[in-house]
Design a protein around this ligand. Structure first.
Ligand code: CP
Length: 321
């Protein structure tokens, strides 16, 4: 595996994308590209994290993020340990802080946390010596998802992000994926559009670096990519969407919409996706969709994140963070 051994990775934790400079972002993406190459070998294994321990603490359901972090750690020869909310002592009333301190006493190198409370990962990072990765906290942030989305777009667009237009379509109000992607894509020079019913637009969206639409046909015109979002029915208050059929008619991405996009426009979705609500089955299974490429990119990006955090040289001589 090629790696720039002279790059000093200064972050103990990955809490959101706004902590990364442009140079750090591209170092991470280049490291992920090296990891992607490992993932395409017949023997998908490198010894670089041998002896490191990674705890996967998922207090909310996950298929992609949890499995890909687990696979990422194992492919780099780390030992991974999974803990879910059900079956943990959180269910007996132990606080998140005490659970985290208990895990830290076992001396892991990195804890990956998914939690329903916004700010949970930052809270842990402030209390623990080991690295903390935010694998999704409430509505707040999902940095590794945004990084894998940019990694996936880079494989299509190269480094020509500036001037591209990307539409984020759907339930932006409840989406941590959207909250991490908008600033990251904007920082790369992408023109970001958002389209949703008014009730599913985030509060304060007028201050976001994005053009806002409620009409999908206008929003999709000329775009280079569409990122569909899942309708997060489990997080919604009653009354935000009175009629799912009406939502599907107005906001489910269908071939007739993609005819208005730029030629070769791609379709992304962080998953899990709801066929017929977030996007049509026809598009989900079409060559325009790079949804499964995003899943593969997730393993590579998470390998890069674990590698950078777990091999980081501590800033102080006694190893205190
Ligand atoms: N995109 C994403 O976070 O998916 P999971 O909930 O399956 O991890």
């Amino acid at each position: 595996m090629q790696h720039d051994a002279f790059f000093h990775w200064r972050h103990k934790d990955l809490l959101d994308v706004d902590q990364l400079t442009r140079e750090e972002l591209f170092h991470l993406l280049d490291t992920a590209a090296n990891m992607h190459e490992i993932n395409e070998r017949p023997v998908k294994k490198a010894p670089v994290l041998k002896g490191k321990s990674i705890v996967l603490f998922f207090a909310e359901p996950s298929t992609r993020t949890k499995t890909s972090f687990d696979m990422a750690g194992k492919r780099l020869s780390a030992d991974t340990f999974a803990l879910a909310k059900s079956g943990s002592s959180l269910q007996k009333g132990e606080s998140l802080r005490d659970t985290a301190l208990t895990l830290q006493a076992m001396n892991p190198d990195v804890i990956v946390l998914r939690h329903s409370s916004s700010g949970a990962a930052r809270f842990l990072a402030e209390h623990l010596r080991c690295g903390v990765v935010n694998a999704g906290d409430g509505w707040h942030a999902h940095p590794t998802q945004a990084l894998l989305d940019v990694f996936s777009l880079r494989r299509v667009w190269g480094d020509d992000f500036a001037g591209k237009t990307l539409l984020i379509l759907g339930d932006a109000a409840h989406s941590r994926v959207c909250r991490s992607n908008v600033p990251l894509l904007h920082s790369l020079g992408v023109n970001v559009r958002l389209c949703a019913p008014r009730t599913l637009l985030p509060a304060g969206v007028e201050n976001w670096p994005a053009e806002v639409f409620t009409d999908l046909r206008r929003a999709v015109a000329g775009v280079d990519a569409v990122m569909c979002l899942r309708l997060q029915l489990e997080r919604q208050q009653a009354g935000l969407l009175p009629d799912l059929r009406e939502y599907s008619k107005r906001f489910c991405l269908a071939p007739r919409h993609m005819e208005l996009a730029a030629p070769g426009a791609r379709i992304l979705h962080p998953g899990p996706f709801l066929r017929g609500l977030d996007l049509s089955s026809e598009l989900a299974d079409s060559p325009q969709a790079i949804i499964l490429n995003q899943v593969a990119a997730g393993v590579a990006v998470r390998m890069a994140v674990l590698f950078l955090l777990a091999t980081r040289q501590d800033a102080t001589p006694n190893g205190e963070c």
